[in-house]
Design a protein around this ligand. Structure first.
Ligand code: ATP
Ligand code: MG
Length: 178
């Protein structure tokens, strides 16, 4: 078996666990003294536990990009020019971090959604994967991963929703959802 130095992993699907699995991998890598960066493309209205703990322990760098809270009106994403510009700026920043060669692992959290929403082109992401430094591991999370991104990745996991407390009216819970 060939040993690949850096890999591309995709966590997608409708079930819960995409971001938390990526954070688990980040923790695992950090435990081996690897340098890890988590870039969150979409942030919720709450301060998440992962941001707090990473800042406190300083073993994983974590940054939330853009204004973060994507707006929906009547279930539809409101995409305006400013949002698109912001997404492109965030992507350029991620590329810059990738090419710096400082990190061993970079998690691009919710990047698949950005493609799904039309804020980032799938081929921009594929190009990024193809140009990544050899030793870098990239983890891409988010629903509806584009087939071209899936094709370009080494390991793809689809989280399947069997059931979710949310559909019984249970709201986002601290420590579980954020
Ligand atoms: P997590 O961050 O818990 O690993 P995720 O990254 O798989 O979840 P996202 O698609 O990023 O899930 O969704 C963001 C938020 O929605 C999280 O608070 C998550 O717990 C919640 N969520 C995930 N899956 C579902 C679902 N099937 N129904 C309702 N809410 C969900
Ligand atoms: Mg997520």
């Amino acid at each position: 078996m060939k040993k690949k130095k850096g890999q591309v992993l995709v966590n997608t699907g409708n079930g819960k666990g995409k971001t938390t699995a990526a954070l688990g991998l980040a923790l695992r890598a950090a435990g081996h003294n690897m340098r890890v960066l988590v870039l969150q493309f979409i942030k919720g209205p709450w301060m998440s536990g992962e941001v707090k703990v990473c800042r406190d322990l300083a073993c994983i760098d974590i940054e939330q990009l853009g204004s973060g809270f994507i707006k929906f009106e009547q279930g539809k994403l409101v995409i305006d020019h400013a949002l698109k510009k912001e997404a492109q700026k965030a992507l350029a920043y991620a590329k810059e971090k990738m090419m710096e060669g400082v990190y061993d692992v970079i998690v691009l959290d919710e990047i698949n959604n950005m493609v799904d929403y039309g804020l980032i082109e799938a081929n921009q992401l594929v190009e990024m994967i193809e140009n990544k430094p050899e030793n870098l591991t990239l983890v891409l999370t988010g629903r509806n991963a584009d087939p071209r991104v899936i094709q370009a990745a080494d390991t793809v996991t689809e989280m399947k929703e069997v059931k979710h407390a949310f559909s019984r009216g249970i709201k986002a819970v601290k420590g579980i959802e954020y």
